[in-house]
Write a protein that binds this ligand. Structure first.
Ligand code: HEM
Length: 596
């Protein structure tokens, strides 16, 4: 069996065997050693057999952790050389293996404000990069803008996506660019890049067509009728992306889910992502929850059954063109035709298409939905954005690239939504098999260079970096687009762009940034031309479960109200964190048509 390698496709059996081996190391090896010892010394443990074997597992874990720390300490000295370097502070829970922390993390996810518990952990450790060490397995979590910048940019070569991340979505993303490192990633990115260049995504006809459909849906609502705008924007980006990628829309805006093919495709597509998210909460041992088979396999087959014939047709079309000695017009074709022109591998084309669909859809939908949520909470923002649209484009004008450039306030609104409700709230990298010296930390809790051991999992929470008062000022929790227009306040980002990374940074930065912002702008222009007032339908909205007032007393660098975020006071929705952030139960709003 080939070893799990960076460019390999992972078979589920390989992944399951890997997890079983890890489990065996944890719970089988120590009792086996004990049995060998007792046999060799002809000792009978009698009634003590079970407790002694339990104790052996516990001691085995302690010895392994101690040895692991010893090796790390040695490597840290080697990596640091003459320099004095620190170790990343470890979270110290009350129970062995930090079980209590795991329980609290699940509870925070289930009923708390997103990532609140982490604020407490960072504060306890007085560090913005911490080691959770759960059941003896190190997991580093960071909100440190300097450390994240290093991993994404200058230290890029020391990191890769890592096997843990790739195993989760192998059945959906396969060889797609979001799931590969090394040469395959480079090739995939190089092929796709020209298609997402600024010039290429300037044709707004497609965005406009689907945006206009959304406006018709909104216009047809009964007076006072509420709509889930998270669902509407999701359908908008699904239809737009599918037409952009495949050349045919999935037409989810017709709300006709019963229609066989694409309905099952969209469901399977969503379900795989749900499974992947659940897997991620079990860490590297998740395959043990699927001992009897890969839960994503049947769903992956549904996806393939839907996409492969479309890919085959594109390849057939290409063959006919080649026979007739025709050339493809790069600026006239769909992404699928473009990919088919570049290679003949159905699997590779499918993986790349699915990757872009996954990257393009929920992210941009979230940007739009959270912006509308903010319109409901800050009517003055909607009024100002609408005035700008009317001034530069008029009540019926068509948004083109030149018009959009003039919408400075709308750009500030999007920036502020991307800051406060950053769709990709977290991401993950793995360091390569050599120890690394992380640069000095950001000013939140000043620390010198710290040692990151080889092959470490580093999860970074841009959600919290974007809301950190030490980087953004005391009003970091306030939604205020003006901060992007005020030279003094916007200076914080210009001086240190690493504090704002909604589209990531460095060589793996988002390929679809222009596409996303143009698509979102066209939607918003159409919305603001037709509607002028937005309210949250609180009677429909799933209310957050926490009590907002009084806030807990005490304070930390993250502001008063420790250990929670200050936004808890004002938030009317309940944030959830799948791959992309969302509002549990949707975002229900009522919209008022603009007076003619
Ligand atoms: C508001 C909308 C969007 C946001 C906030 C966003 C954010 C991001 C982020 C943070 C990453 C890095 C992920 C990581 O390294 O773990 C990323 C990667 C990527 N995004 Fe986006 N994205 C958006 C829209 C889009 C769209 C519309 C497309 C395509 C049409 C797209 C295509 C990609 C691709 C292909 C990558 C992978 C790049 C690589 O690994 O080299 N994104 N995006």
């Amino acid at each position: 069996m080939p070893p799990l390698g960076i460019e390999e496709r992972y078979s589920f059996n390989q992944v399951r065997n890997r997890a079983l081996k890890e489990l065996a190391k944890l719970i089988l090896v120590p009792p086996l050693l004990l049995s060998v010892l007792t046999r060799a010394s002809r000792t009978s443990l009698g009634y003590w057999t079970v407790p002694c074997h339990g104790l052996a597992i516990f001691l085995g874990a302690c010895v392994r952790t101690w040895y692991h720390d010893y090796l790390q300490g040695r490597d840290a000295k080697r990596t640091g050389g003459e320099k004095t370097i620190g170790t990343i502070p470890r979270v110290k829970g009350k129970l062995p293996g930090n079980i209590d922390i795991v329980v609290r993390l699940f509870a925070n996810n289930d009923s708390g404000y997103l990532y609140d518990l982490f604020l407490e952990l960072f504060d306890q450790c007085q560090s913005t990069t911490i080691n959770l060490r759960i059941f003896g397995i190190d997991k580093y979590v960071s909100i440190d803008s300097e450390h994240i910048k290093y991993a994404l940019g200058p230290g890029f070569r020391h990191f890769w996506l890592g096997n843990t991340r790739k195993e989760l979505l192998e059945n959906l993303l396969g060889d797609g660019m979001l799931n590969r490192d090394g040469d395959l990633w480079k090739t995939q990115r190089a092929i796709a890049r020209p298609f997402f260049s600024n010039d290429r995504v300037r044709d707004f006809t497609l965005f406009d067509k689907h945006a206009q459909r959304c406006m018709s849906i909104l216009s047809d609502l009964e007076p006072g009728q509420a709509i889930d705008v998270a669902d509407l924007t999701w359908r908008f980006t699904t239809d737009t992306a599918s037409e952009f990628l495949f050349g045919q829309t999935l037409d989810t805006l017709s709300f006709n889910e019963a229609d066989g093919g694409f309905g099952s495709f969209i469901n399977a597509f969503g379900e795989i992502q749900d499974i992947a998210f659940k897997r991620s909460s079990f860490g590297a041992l998740w395959p043990l929850t699927e001992l009897f088979g890969d839960l994503t396999e049947p769903l992956g087959n549904v996806v393939k059954q839907f996409v492969d014939p479309i890919v085959q047709r594109a390849l057939e079309h290409k063959r006919k063109m080649v026979e007739k000695d025709q050339q493809i017009e790069a600026d006239q074709c769909t992404f699928l035709e473009y990919l088919a022109w570049k290679n003949d591998d159905v699997g590779l084309i499918r993986d790349q298409l699915i990757t872009i669909l996954i990257a393009a859809r929920d992210t941009t939908a979230a940007l739009l939905a959270f912006t509308i949520y903010m319109f409901t909470q800050h009517p003055e923002v909607a009024v100002k954005a609408r005035a700008e649209v009317l001034e530069h484009i008029g009540p019926n004008g068509t948004p083109g690239i030149e018009e959009l450039k003039k919408l400075k306030y709308l750009q500030a609104v999007f920036n502020e939504t991307l800051r406060v409700f950053t769709p990709l709230h977290a991401s993950i990298r793995e360091s390569k098999p050599t120890g690394i010296l992380l640069p000095p930390s950001d000013p939140t809790y000043p620390r010198g260079p710290m040692y990151l051991p080889p092959s470490s999992t580093l999860i970074y929470l841009s959600f919290l970096t974007h809301r950190n008062p030490a980087l953004w000022g005391e009003d970091a929790h306030v939604y205020d687009p003006e901060r992007w227009l005020d030279p003094e306040r916007s200076q914080r980002v210009t001086a240190n762009p690493a504090i704002f990374i909604p589209f990531s940074a460095g060589p793996r930065t988002c390929l679809g940034q222009s596409y996303a912002l143009n698509e979102a702008s066209v939607f918003m222009v159409r919305l603001l031309q037709r509607f002028e007032h937005f309210t949250l339908a609180e009677d429909k909205q799933l209310a957050p479960p926490w009590k907002t007032k009084p806030l807990p007393t005490g304070s930390s660098i993250f502001g008063p109200g420790y250990p929670g975020t200050k936004r808890k006071e004002v938030e009317k929705i309940w944030l959830g964190n799948h791959v992309v952030m969302f509002s549990k139960g949707g975002i229900w709003a009522r919209v008022l048509k603009a007076s003619e």
